[in-house]
Design a protein around this ligand. Structure first.
Ligand SMILES: NC(=O)C1=CN([C@@H]2O[C@H](COP(=O)(O)OP(=O)(O)OC[C@H]3O[C@@H](n4cnc5c(N)ncnc54)[C@H](O)[C@@H]3O)[C@@H](O)[C@H]2O)C=CC1
Ligand SMILES: O=C(O)[C@@H]1CCC=N1
Length: 286
């Protein structure tokens, strides 16, 4: 989907102020999609972390348990950005504070729209999303599913929110787990591959700085080649792979480790784990 960058004038509260919340806020402020004064970031106790966020981005922050209900009650958009283990309790407390049209945007892996609404105790308009940390540099990839209660204007707000920090892909909710396996957790697989390439270079006598530069440029160049040429990765791979050459030898070594199927299994396990986390949250409904 094409990126939309309309200014969002409504106040937004990030309920949870960790890596993912910061990645989104950083991207939004950098792209001037929100006014920092309209953004509030909450956590439970880490005052130093909140101070850092306030200084870096000029946002409002709070960890004051007494002020929290008032902040949440007055916020038309609440982004749930805590770890899954903290979500059930937070949602149960949040339900009574909401107005009928408060928009709930969740980035929590595995937490379904149904479970969110059950924990809130009301049929709230919900956008269940799966972003990734590359949102912080405007290169995120976010998957989104909407509850049926959501209005056209609220959809637009969510699209602007995530469209400002990368691409947006709207999918049926049952596909969000496999999407998590590709783009939500995907950056970690690429980083892992980069770690391995850099370690190999260092073992082979290159300096860490040389390895870093070469690896980063290689990954960047490969991604841009797929994007700009429109060619399939398999076709581009073939162009690197001379018959009986060094690349072929390397790929055969990867295949001995069942590279292709291992990546597929990793993505599938990620999706399965998201479902397990969602099921555990469902059990939190009393
Ligand atoms: N890190 C990533 O790459 C991605 C993370 N996510 C999702 O984002 C969510 C957050 O992940 P991270 O940012 O990595 O976690 P994190 O541990 O860095 O941040 C979680 C934040 O929530 C706060 N928190 C927890 N309970 C709270 C409560 N009751 N009231 C106020 N604040 C509370 C914590 O103090 C912390 O600031 C997770 O549910 C995860 O599934 C989604 C996509 C990618
Ligand atoms: O590891 C996790 O559970 C989260 C979801 C996607 C990326 N990080």
């Amino acid at each position: 989907m094409s990126q939309q960058q309309a200014m969002i004038s409504e106040p937004i509260t990030f309920y949870g102020a960790g890596s993912m919340a910061e990645a989104i806020v950083k991207g939004l402020i950098h792209k001037s999609v929100v006014h920092a004064a309209n953004v509030t970031m909450l956590n439970r106790s880490n005052a130093r972390r909140l101070d850092e966020l306030r200084q870096k981005y000029g946002v409002n922050v709070s960890n004051d348990a007494e002020a929290l209900p008032g902040i949440l009650r007055n916020s038309p958009i609440i982004v749930l950005a805590m770890k899954p283990k903290d979500a059930a309790e937070a949602l149960k407390n949040l339900g009574p504070l909401l107005s009928e049209d408060t928009l709930i945007v969740s980035v929590i892996a595995g937490l379904t729209i149904r479970t969110m609404q059950d924990l809130l105790g009301r049929k709230q308009p919900v956008a269940r999303t799966m972003p990734n940390t590359s949102s912080s540099i405007g290169l995120g990839a976010t998957g989104i599913s909407y509850s049926k209660e959501i209005s056209g204007k609220q959809r637009q707000i969510v699209t602007s929110l995530f469209g400002a920090v990368g691409t947006v892909t709207v999918v049926e909710e049952e596909k969000l787990e496999i999407l998590t396996g590709i783009s939500g957790s995907g950056p970690a697989y690429i980083y892992y591959m980069m770690e391995a390439m850099m370690a190999a270079g260092i073992r082979g006598g290159l300096t860490p700085q040389q390895c870093r530069e070469l690896t980063v440029q290689t990954v960047l160049g490969a991604a841009r080649m797929v994007q700009l040429t429109g060619e399939e990765p398999a076709a581009l791979r073939a162009k690197v792979t001379s018959p009986n050459g060094s690349t072929q030898a390397a790929l055969e070594t990867l295949d001995k480790g069942d590279f292709f199927e291992t990546v597929i299994a990793a993505v599938a396990r990620c999706a399965e784990r998201s479902k397990e986390m969602g099921a555990a949250l469902k059990e939190g409904i009393s």
